[in-house]
Every structure is written in C-alpha cells, then in structure tokens.
Design a protein around this ligand. Structure first.
Ligand code: E4P
Length: 219
C-alpha cells in the first residue's frame, strides 16, 4: 500500500518525505486555503513547490464544476509537472472530464466518493485513483471501512485497474484497516502516520533497555 500525505503544508510534506516512506501528496481546495494559498499564480507555484519536494504523485484539484472549466484547469495543472494528478469530483461533468483526461493520457483522482455506485462509474471512466472518504462517512454514523471493503471486492471481481485511495483518514486505525481491506493507497495527515509508531510497550521496553545499558556501563 502506498502512503500519501494529505496536506498542502510544505513543512509537514518535508517531514513525511524525510521518513523515506512517502509515495505522494493529496491536496484539496480546503487544504490549500488553510495554508493561505489563494489566486491562480500562487496555487500553481505551490503545486510546483510540492512536486520539488516529493518524488511521487501529487493530486491537484479543479475548482470548476462544468466540463469545459474542468478541462481547461486540468490541462493546465497536468502541464505543470509530470507527477501532477488532476483531482476531479464525482459529478456528471466530472465523469465526462475523467473520460476526456483518460483518453488523453492525463491521470486523474476521482474525489468525494461515498458509494460503490460512484466507484463503479469512476472506474468505467478510467480514473487512475478513486478517493472514498472514510472519515466523513464515520462522522455521519456510516462505516467508512465497509465502503473500502465493498469497492475492493467489486474492483477485484471486475478487474478494474483504478487504484483505491483511502481518503479522509483521521487516525492510525484507519490506515491499518485500509491496508487490511485492500486499499492501494492511503492518504493521511502527518499525525495519523506518526500515530502508527505509538505503542506503550515500545516506549517502556526502550526505556528499560537504555536503563539496563546505563547500569551495566556504570559498573
Ligand atoms: C483527500 O484526497 C481528501 O480531500 C481529504 O482526505 C479529505 O479529508 P477530510 O475529510 O479530513 O477533509
């Protein structure tokens, strides 16, 4: 399973990249706004900066909701860097845009996915990645992991090549379950990645090893 970081914060992207486990980055308009990145030129520059840090796919989301607008934005984004993946919402014009991009060799990430039906349409359109939002489903009392399981089963049965990119990840357990249920990629905040490291027995075990070593060395 590939690890993407879900942020537009350059420091966090660098920190995750320095771990040596990072395969890519996902952003969305809210994450860009959170970093204060507004305006066409600033947005383009920021995507370039991300691509310079990480040697992997970088999802850049279109703002338009009509076909022509998505095409114009997506082509501009894709031309920025070979690692840019155009992120498109699962709406009617979005599916049309994904089919258009697929036919022209432009890679896509179909976003805001909350159902297996949406996942089937996106795969038919040839999306490179599909982003089911686990956390937002959990937030409204639906089991996000069940959706990952269902899509993984459908894609395996049908032989779809679209990669399942588990998104809206909130905690380390979402990462573990995504791996267990067959996600190809997980995109997560830095806190969830670092959360994978945590175990009290690791901490107490390490403290004991260091104490024992210090005692023996002092003899
Ligand atoms: C990434 O592709 C998604 O836009 C992101 O994971 C959404 O996460 P959120 O539900 O925490 O906003």
């Amino acid at each position: 399973m590939k690890f993407f970081i879900d942020t537009a914060n350059l420091d966090q992207i660098r920190e995750a990249n320095d771990l040596g486990i990072l395969d890519g980055v996902t952003t969305n308009p809210s994450l860009m706004a959170k970093e204060g990145i507004v305006g066409h030129d600033a947005v383009m520059q920021h995507y370039k900066a991300i691509c310079e840090i990480v040697d992997g796919d970088v999802s850049a989301e279109v703002i338009s909701t009509d076909f022509e607008g998505m095409i114009a934005e997506g082509e501009q984004l894709a031309a920025l860097h070979e690692n840019i993946v155009v992120k498109v919402p699962i709406i009617k014009d979005g599916i049309k845009a994904i089919s258009y991009f697929t036919n022209r060799g432009i890679r896509t990430n179909c976003t805001l996915v909350f159902s297996a039906g949406q996942a089937i349409l996106a795969a038919k359109a040839g999306a490179t990645y599909l982003s089911p939002f686990i956390g937002r489903l959990d937030d409204i009392n639906f089991d996000g992991m069940e959706l990952i399981k269902q899509i993984a089963e459908i894609y395996a049965v049908q032989g779809y090549e679209t990669q399942i990119l588990a998104a809206s990840v909130r905690n380390p357990l979402h990462i573990v379950k995504s791996a267990q249920f067959g996600a190809d990629v997980v995109t997560c905040p830095l806190s969830a990645i670092l959360g994978l490291l945590k175990h009290p027995l690791t901490d107490s075990g390490l403290a004991t090893f260091l104490e024992d070593h210090a005692k023996a060395a002092a003899k």
